[in-house]
Ligand binder design. Structure first.
Ligand SMILES: Cc1ncc(COP(=O)(O)O)c(C=O)c1O
Length: 490
């Protein structure tokens, strides 16, 4: 058996794979150790000297491949490290990782039961359970359907397409209104994928004002809807956010649902970030009203720390995916199969080939139980509350705005600006602090935390966590490290 043949053979590949797996297991523990850096920053030219990225005519030896694998690990960012707080995903859950490995060993694609029997039933189980959690009507009945999507942005786009389909069919009685006269409303703090998908679907997107906490202003929403109607346009959808990307705000879902009902519009809730709160008895109150949504985006790869990617679009309209997406595909979805073709779920999807993102989530759920996810979420909320308290206590830090979720947005105020907060160029100088600190922490490899400007406010840091391996001393480490790095900034 040669290496150009795409199948493993014991004599040639067993030892190689065993060595690789042993390396991966070492990497797993090294990558989360506080003794090691979050990253080893190298300039691109330097990195090209370390790793030969060029593709060549002849194959490389297995030993070389093992060396390459070690270097790939060494110079990549350790997103499972407790000091990686840069994105809305982090952590390296051991059972999630096991689920990923299992997924990759299967190398499956879910469209028909015959190709993915186990995974199809697994998907049905997870979707049914999540529908019951988000849409429980109180009488034990559960409506709807769900899709696994390749990320939250894609799910937001799919929701816009569904909303348009629903609006044309049910509100406009199939009259053809050009998409460009259809109007979607989202807050100015909504995720940018809504704007992108507005372009793709050629629908108009109106950004509604937010209040100082980053929540959609419902009076402004109503005014904007009326204004669009006066222009002869057709408001058809509101995308509300449950956990905005930067401030972590929750739009007032009940009031927005009332408006959608009044104007006969589809309500999509982007709970990519905040949706994981549904697992917490204590904190799910922030999602109040979500059961009124026509569709819900939920990313387990964010708050629940399921490995990338794991994203779902849920809807209360049981048949809408099939109605909006299905096509006749005789080579794949034959009607005369020997088993129930209801199990051939592929036709309700926009994709054809599809990675089974369900497996790692289901596997983690088996390992932790629903109660384990609840403890995870509660721990993250406790640490965030502690982080906020510390920001408020310290002279060198200032809160950007109050928040009720994981996100804590704050400025680090270097000593030179603490006494000059009335200086004419204070805002400009404060704006320069976060990028400078970010460069220092990246080059030192000691911490990764993101910054951004928002609504004319100078650059500020956003603390977020999804890794429940983070402990209370890690929170104090972040403050100490920022103070340490920022001591001499002017
Ligand atoms: C509120 C919100 N919605 C949607 C997304 C997009 O999710 P994904 O990164 O999975 O495409 C994000 C990403 O951060 C987000 O914060």
């Amino acid at each position: 058996m040669s290496d150009w043949q795409s199948t493993p053979c014991v004599e040639r590949h067993k030892e190689f794979l065993e060595k690789l797996i042993a390396t991966l297991i070492d990497c797993t523990f090294e990558s989360v150790s506080r003794e090691n850096p979050v990253l080893r920053w190298r300039e691109p030219g330097h990195l090209e000297d370390i790793i030969n990225f060029k593709l060549q005519e002849e194959p490389r030896k297995q030993d070389t491949l093992l060396e390459i694998a070690s270097k790939v690990f060494k110079y990549s960012v350790k997103t499972g490290h407790p000091y990686f707080m840069n994105q809305l995903f982090s952590g390296l859950d051991p059972y999630g990782l096991a689920g990923q490995w299992l997924t990759d060993t299967l190398n499956c694609s879910i469209y028909t039961y015959e190709v993915a029997p186990v995974l199809t039933l697994m998907e049905n189980t997870v979707i049914t359970k999540l529908l019951s959690m988000f849409y429980n009507e109180g009488n034990g009945s559960t409506l709807g359907d769900g899709l696994f999507c390749p990320g939250g942005s894609f799910a937001n786009g799919t929701a816009i397409n569904l909303a348009r389909f629903w609006f044309r069919k049910n509100v406009q009685n199939e009259k053809h209104i050009p998409s460009s006269n259809l109007v979607l409303f989202a807050s100015e703090d909504a995720h940018y994928s809504t704007l992108k998908w507005g372009n793709v679907c050629d629908v108009k997107v109106v950004l509604v004002k937010t209040d100082k906490y980053g929540r959609m202003d419902v009076n402004d929403l109503r005014d904007d809807i009326l204004q669009e109607q006066r222009k002869g346009n057709y408001p058809f959808c509101v995308t509300a956010t449950a956990g905005t990307t930067v401030l972590g705000a929750f739009d007032p879902l009940i009031e927005i649902a009332d408006i959608c009902q009044e104007f006969n519009m589809w309500l999509h809730v982007d709970a990519a970030w905040g949706g994981g709160l549904i697992f917490s008895k204590r904190h799910s109150v922030l999602l109040r009203g979500i059961q009124r949504a026509d569709s819900i985006l939920f990313n387990p790869h964010k708050l629940l720390a399921v490995p990338q990617q794991c994203s779902l679009l849920l809807t209360k309209h049981k048949c809408i995916f099939k109605e909006a997406h299905s096509k006749q595909v005789p080579y794949l979805f034959q009607k005369d199969k020997f088993y129930s073709t209801d199990l051939d779920v592929g036709n309700k999807y926009l994709q054809c080939g599809r990675r089974p993102d369900v497996l790692k989530f289901w596997f983690m759920w088996q390992a932790k139980g629903t109660s384990g996810f609840e403890k995870h979420v509660d721990h993250l909320m406790t640490l965030s509350a502690l982080f906020k308290e510390e920001v408020e206590k310290r002279d060198s830090f200032r809160l950007v705005t109050d928040s009720c979720f994981i996100n804590v947005c704050f400025w680090f105020i270097p000593p030179s600006l603490r006494i000059q907060n009335a200086s004419y160029d204070y805002k400009k100088r404060l704006n320069e602090v976060a990028p400078k600190l970010k460069e220092k922490m990246t080059k030192r490899g000691s911490l990764m935390i993101n910054y951004q400007p928002l609504h004319g406010k100078p650059n500020f840091f956003r603390f977020v966590i999804q890794n429940s391996g983070v402990k209370i001393p890690d929170i104090f480490y972040v403050f100490d490290e920022l103070e340490n790095l920022g001591e001499n900034l002017c």
